[in-house]
Design a protein around this ligand. Sequence first.
Ligand code: SF4
Length: 214
Amino acid sequence: METPKNPTSVNHRIREGLSRVAMVMRADDWNRAKTSGLNPAQLAILELLEGRKDGLAVKEVATNLGVSQPTATDSIAALERKGLVAKRSAGTDKRGVNVGITSEGLSMLEAGRSSQSLAERTVDALAEHEQEDLLITLVKMIRHLQETDAIPIQRMCASCRYFAPFAHSDAAQPHHCNFVDAAFGQRDIRIDCREHETADPASRAATWDVFQQG
Ligand code: SF4
C-alpha cells in the first residue's frame, strides 16, 4: 500500500497525474466535438489539418493521431461527407492525394473555440512561471517521444530549422526565430507552429544541446 513513508515511484505518480489531466482533456474534446456534431477523432483530424495548406496523406493523419489507417480513412470519409475536408493533389506528386481542411471545416473549429475548456481554465489558474516551466517540460517530453520514433516530428521550435536558441543576452527574449527575424521568450516556444520547417537531424541535435544548456 502507498503511504507517505512508502510512496510509489515518482514516475508512477507523474503518470497518474498526467492521466487525470488527460481524462479532463478527453471530456473537453467530447463536449467540443458534440457541439460541432462530430466525434473526438474527427475533431482531432480537423485540428491536425488546420494550417497545413498542402494537407496530409491519410497515412500521415493516421500516424499523427496514433490510429490505424482504416480508422483514419473512416473518419476522413465522414468529414468529407460533411464538407469539412476535401481531397487534393499532394504538392508536386501528381499521383498522390492529400486531404485538407475546407473553409467550412475551419469555421467549425473556430466556432468550437468560443468558450474556454476546463483544461484551459486549469492552465490559467497556474502562475506565469509555472505555466512556462510546464511548457518547457512538455517540450522535453514531446521531443523525447519524437526522437525515439514514438511519434512523428512535431511542428515545435525545438525541431525547426529557423530556431536559434539563446541567441540573445536578453533574459526575457533569449531565442530568435529566423523565419520572422525576431527575438522571443521561453513562454513563446511553439508546440505546433504553421511556419515550422524540420531541420536535419544533425542541426536538430545541435540546437537541442544549446536549448537544454541555456
Ligand atoms: S518558425 Fe515557428 S517553429 Fe520555427 S522557430 Fe519560428 S516560431 Fe519556432
